[in-house]
Design a binder for this molecule. Structure first.
Ligand SMILES: [Zn+2]
Ligand SMILES: [Zn+2]
Length: 192
C-alpha cells in the first residue's frame, strides 16, 4: 500500500534540499525559497497553503481524472479491436480453406496458410497484452489520485498534481505509440 509520504516529494527539483513553499500563478510554477527570487516581479506569487486551498475539488484534479478515464477507454478499444481482428482472421482462413478444398488445392498451401495464421495471431495477442499493460498502468495512476486526494494534505495534493503532467504525458505517448504500431495484418490471401 502506498503511504502518503512516499507518494509526495515536497522538495524542489532544482534545489533538492529546499522545500517547495510557494506557487507562482503567472508561470503556473511551484517554487522553493530560492526559485521564488526569480519570480519577484510576478504579480501572483503566494504561499502554498493559500494557493492549495480547495485543491481536492479543483478542475486540475478532475481534469486529470477525466483524462485518465479517456486513456482507459482507449486501451479498452485497442483490446476489443484486437479481439475483433482475431475473430475476423479466423473466419477468413476458414472460408479460404473451404474454397481451396473444393478446388483440391488445400494440401499444397495448408502449411504456409497455418504459419501465416499463427504469425498474425501471435502479433495480435502481443498487442492485446500490451494494451492490457497500459490499461493497468492507467488504472493504478487513477487509484493514486484517489488515494492522494483522500489522504494527502492540500499542500501535498497541490504539489503532486502540479508535477503530475509529465506522468500523464508519458502515459499518453505510450498509448499513441501503441496505436501507431498496431500491425496491419498481412493479407492472408497472398499465398504462394
Ligand atoms: Zn528551487
Ligand atoms: Zn512567476
Amino acid at each position: 500500500m502506498d503511504t502518503v509520504a512516499n507518494l509526495f516529494n515536497p522538495h524542489c527539483q532544482v534545489h533538492s534540499d529546499s522545500l517547495l513553499e510557494y506557487f507562482c500563478v503567472d508561470h503556473d510554477q511551484l517554487c522553493c525559497q530560492y526559485c521564488r527570487k526569480k519570480h519577484s516581479s510576478c504579480q501572483n506569487t503566494m504561499s502554498l497553503t493559500l494557493s492549495s486551498e480547495g485543491i481536492q475539488f479543483s478542475h486540475k484534479v478532475s481534469d486529470c481524472m477525466k483524462q485518465l478515464k479517456t486513456f482507459d477507454s482507449t486501451c479498452q478499444d485497442i483490446i476489443n479491436n484486437r479481439d475483433h481482428c482475431v475473430a475476423a482472421l479466423k473466419t477468413d482462413v476458414r472460408r479460404l480453406k473451404e474454397t481451396l478444398s473444393q478446388n483440391c488445392r488445400i494440401d499444397k498451401i495448408e502449411n504456409s496458410l497455418n504459419e501465416k495464421l499463427e504469425d498474425n495471431l501471435k502479433k495480435l495477442w502481443n498487442e492485446k497484452q500490451y494494451a492490457y499493460h497500459l490499461k493497468r498502468e492507467v488504472e493504478s495512476t487513477y487509484d493514486k489520485i484517489v488515494f492522494a486526494t483522500t489522504h494527502g494534505t492540500n499542500e501535498q495534493v497541490f504539489i503532486w498534481i502540479h508535477t503530475f503532467d509529465w506522468e500523464l504525458k508519458k502515459i499518453e505517448s505510450n498509448i499513441r505509440n501503441a496505436i501507431k504500431s498496431l500491425k496491419r495484418l498481412k493479407n492472408i490471401y497472398h499465398l504462394k
